[in-house]
Structure formats: structure tokens, C-alpha cells
Design a binder for this molecule. Structure first.
Ligand SMILES: C/C(=C\C(=O)O)CCOP(=O)(O)O
Ligand SMILES: [Mn+2]
Length: 426
């Protein structure tokens, strides 16, 4: 993407742009982003002025509704489910037409130090595209700078982890393309985690993110043609320190021994002013980009067994990642528990699920608490699933294995509504 595209999107979302000018790579962007939720922040990092950074493009649910021109959750979830199930065929174009190689490797990239507790300088919107056998994958992975020729990558045990593992088992390093400056539709798709084999770039194209791709010169990896920066390189079998780093929970994610990324070549868009996305860890944008794409996946999983599902929220209180609220219109006994179990398998990182009736506003924490206060019976409505794979970020888990809890806060099946309906103010 380029600055003109960011300005156009900001205008479309009726957002003012706050230009910070040229800033130090430490903390300035973090402060400005947290202090200006409803302004799009743009800036250039001292010494990396050739590229413009931006943050706070999508910070509220209505920004997403506007981006997709929808008026309800159901409309949005159906649109995203349709894109997931019908990825668009990608059209290949000429790499040279869109990108040029530049001198230098990681030293030319805009690494930022977001928080004092972080172990180093990071790229937080880095999407890795990797291919294996007959399929390709696109997913977000943060990158910590070590030197011009070395970085470490946090690779949670999902699709890229699987592909890299196969390559390493075959005795080689894994060829990848690190991509920055994807458009918002391709970013959302890269966070959606469809079944392995479904190429997220095709989903992003179906969401409206454009179907034109170019193949990288060394590894022929398909990358969206409107990206800003591409780094071809290897995820090697070497490991080194990654972290500590502030995560989506606004906790310090522990230091780990993660794979080393070895860059080979950097290519930059021929657009006049390429941009990169500075996703400030823990910010609203981080929650929307990482958490929100899981909502339609939870919604369609619940809908398969509970036709009356109405809304799903990964709540801001759960940092958009660990806590889900699901509202349903019950049509048979036991559905609320089934909805909770369906959510567990749809979003494996989930920790707590609150199932409420369709009269409860999923965006009102007080109403959710009221439903728990008036419709739950602790001895039968709290289901604890012990020692299940969950989020590696959960401090109460051991490397992601922890407890999940389903809270059934619905009117008991068969009992009259009169007993549970909240009285309206006359
Ligand atoms: C490293 C991650 C997020 C962050 O840094 O905020 C992804 C964690 O994925 P889990 O499946 O929750 O372990
Ligand atoms: Mn995938």
C-alpha cells in the first residue's frame, strides 16, 4: 500500500490524519497511538524516512462495518464466511512492474521499540508467505531485529510452524517472503486461520483486497502486487532469543528461543510513498486485526450446531483474544453448552466463553454480568475443561496448555421467560 491509499481509507472512514513527522524509533508511535484512538497516525522513523508508517486505521467495530459496507454482525459474518469458503483465483503479474530491489537488508527496514519492557526493536505487521507441496500460506508473525542479516521470528504452532517444520525435516531451511504494507483486506485474511491449504491471499482477494499477485524472484512465492516491502529469505534451523515482548494482552510475553530469519534480498514497491503498518501491541488495532477475524470463524462453527446463534464478540476486556461472548436464541435443551464447545474448537486460543440469550447486548459488559447474576447456577452452569491447548500468551497456562471455562448464563430451558426477563423502564 502507499500513503495515498492510507489517506483515501482514512477519508472513507471519516478519520483525521495526525502526522507526527520524523520520530525516534522508541515509544513515540506507541504514545501517539494510545492517545489518539480516532485519528490515523502517520510518521517516518529517523534514518528510515524512505517509508511512511501508519497506525490506528481500524480502531472501532463501526470502522470494520464501514470498510465492508455492512450494517449488522450477521451480514459481516456471512460476507467473511463466503470469502473463506470461496477464495478468488489469483492473477499473476510481472514482479519488475511493481517492485525494485534495494541495497541493504534488515538495516533499511523500520524496526520500532514499542514499550520499555520489550527485548528489542520489532516489526509487528510482518506477514510471512510460505509455500509447501501444492499450497501456500499467509500469516502474521512478529520479527525481532538482531543485525542487518539476522532476526528472530515468533512462530506459534499453527500453519507456518507446520510448513517450516516439514522443510526442516527434509534437511533444508524454509524459503519465505516477509511482506509489509499489505492492504487491510489482505491483513484481515492473514489473521483468519482458515484450514491449512486455503491460501489466505485468495481469501483476502475475495474480501476486496485485489487478486493480483507477483512471484518473488528467488523463490517464486506469490505476494499481493500492492504490498510495499518484500524480504526474501530463509527461516533457518538455527534459533536465538526472541522477546520479551508486549503482547495483545498487554502483558510481557516471555523470552523464547525462536527460529532465526536470514534475509537474502529486499524489494520495495515502485509506488511513490510506500507505507508500513505499525501495529502497536495491545492496541485496539491489534485486537481488531488479530482477534476480530476469529469471530466469523466462531460464528460459523456455532451456527452449525446452534441455528439460533445471533452474535459473537471477542471482548475488549479479554483483549480481543481470550474471552468470548456468544448470544443465542435457544430452540432446544442443551444448546448453550454446545455453543460454548463449538467456540472452543473454532478458536483454540480461547480461554473463557460466556453464553447468553439473544436479549442480552453482547457489547454491554454490565448486561453480560447481569445475565450471569440472574440466569446462572454455579453448580450446573460452569463447565471447566482442564489442561487443553490454549493461548501461549496466557500466564496461567504452561506453554499454552491451560484450563478453559464455559459460563452458561441463559434462561434454563423449559422455564418461563417471565421469571428471567429484565423489566423495561416505563
Ligand atoms: C504471539 C501472538 C500474539 C501476540 O504477540 O500478541 C500469537 C499468540 O497465539 P496463541 O495461539 O494465543 O498462543
Ligand atoms: Mn493458514
Amino acid at each position: 500500500m502507499d500513503l495515498k491509499a492510507v489517506e483515501k481509507l482514512a477519508g472513507f472512514l471519516n478519520k483525521e490524519i495526525l502526522d507526527l513527522g520524523t520520530v525516534d524509533p522508541e515509544y513515540t508511535v506507541t504514545r501517539a497511538t494510545w492517545r489518539n484512538r480516532d485519528k490515523v497516525i502517520v510518521f517516518r522513523v529517523k534514518g528510515r524516512e524512505w517509508v511512511t508508517g501508519y497506525s490506528n486505521l481500524v480502531t472501532r467495530r463501526h470502522d470494520i462495518y464501514r470498510l465492508f459496507n455492512v450494517r449488522s454482525d450477521e451480514e459481516l459474518y456471512r460476507l467473511m464466511e463466503k470469502a473463506l469458503n470461496n477464495p478468488i483465483h489469483l492473477e499473476k503479474d510481472d514482479f519488475e512492474k511493481y517492485f525494485k530491489r534495494v541495497d541493504g537488508l534488515l538495516d533499511v527496514l523500520p524496526f520500532i521499540k514499542y514499550y520499555r519492557e520489550d527485548g528489542g526493536y520489532y516489526l509487528t505487521s510482518s506477514v510471512f508467505i510460505a509455500c509447501y507441496e501444492t499450497y501456500c500460506n499467509s500469516s502474521f508473525h512478529r520479527v525481532m531485529y538482531h543485525s542487518n542479516e539476522k532476526a528472530t521470528v515468533r512462530i506459534v504452532p499453527r500453519h507456518l510452524h507446520y510448513i517450516v517444520g516439514r522443510r526442516h525435516e527434509e534437511g533444508g531451511d524454509a524459503p519465505v517472503a516477509l511482506v509489509l504494507g499489505l492492504n487491510p483486506f489482505q491483513e484481515l485474511a492473514a489473521a483468519m486461520n482458515p484450514p491449512l491449504g486455503v491460501f489466505e491471499v485468495g481469501v483476502g482477494a475475495a474480501l476486496g483486497g485485489g487478486s493480483k499477485v507477483v512471484e518473488t524472484p528467488l523463490f517464486k512465492i506469490p505476494v499481493p502486487a500492492d504490498s510495499s516491502i518484500i524480504v526474501e529469505g530463509f527461516i533457518t534451523r538455527d534459533r536465538d532469543r526472541e522477546g520479551p515482548f508486549t503482547d495483545i494482552l498487554m502483558l510481557v510475553d516471555q523470552e523464547r528461543w525462536e527460529p532465526v530469519f536470514k534475509p537474502l534480498a529486499v524489494y520495495v514497491s515502485r509506488e511513490e510513498s510506500p507505507v508500513f503498518h505499525a501495529i502497536v501491541p495491545g492496541s485496539w488495532e491489534h485486537q481488531f486485526l488479530m482477534g476480530f477475524p476469529r469471530e466469523p470463524i466462531i460464528y460459523s462453527a456455532v451456527k452449525r450446531s446452534v441455528p439460533g446463534v445471533k452474535s459473537v464478540r471477542l471482548t475488549e476486556g479479554g483483549s480481543g483474544w481470550l474471552n468470548a461472548v456468544i448470544s443465542i436464541k435457544q430452540s432446544s435443551p442443551g444448546e448453550a453448552k454446545l455453543a460454548g464447545l463449538a467456540a472452543v474448537s473454532a478458536h483454540p486460543s480461547i480461554k473463557h466463553i460466556f453464553v447468553v440469550d439473544e436479549d442480552i447486548d453482547v457489547d454491554d459488559p454490565l448486561m453480560i454480568e447481569w445475565a450471569m447474576a440472574t440466569r446462572m447456577k454455579g453448580s450446573s452452569d460452569i463447565i471447566v475443561l482442564r489442561d487443553v491447548k490454549g493461548s501461549t500468551l496466557d500466564p496461567r497456562s504452561s506453554e499454552g496448555v491451560g484450563d478453559k471455562v464455559i459460563f452458561i448464563a441463559v434462561k434454563p430451558w423449559g422455564e418461563p421467560w417471565d421469571k428471567y426477563r429484565r423489566v423495561g423502564v416505563p
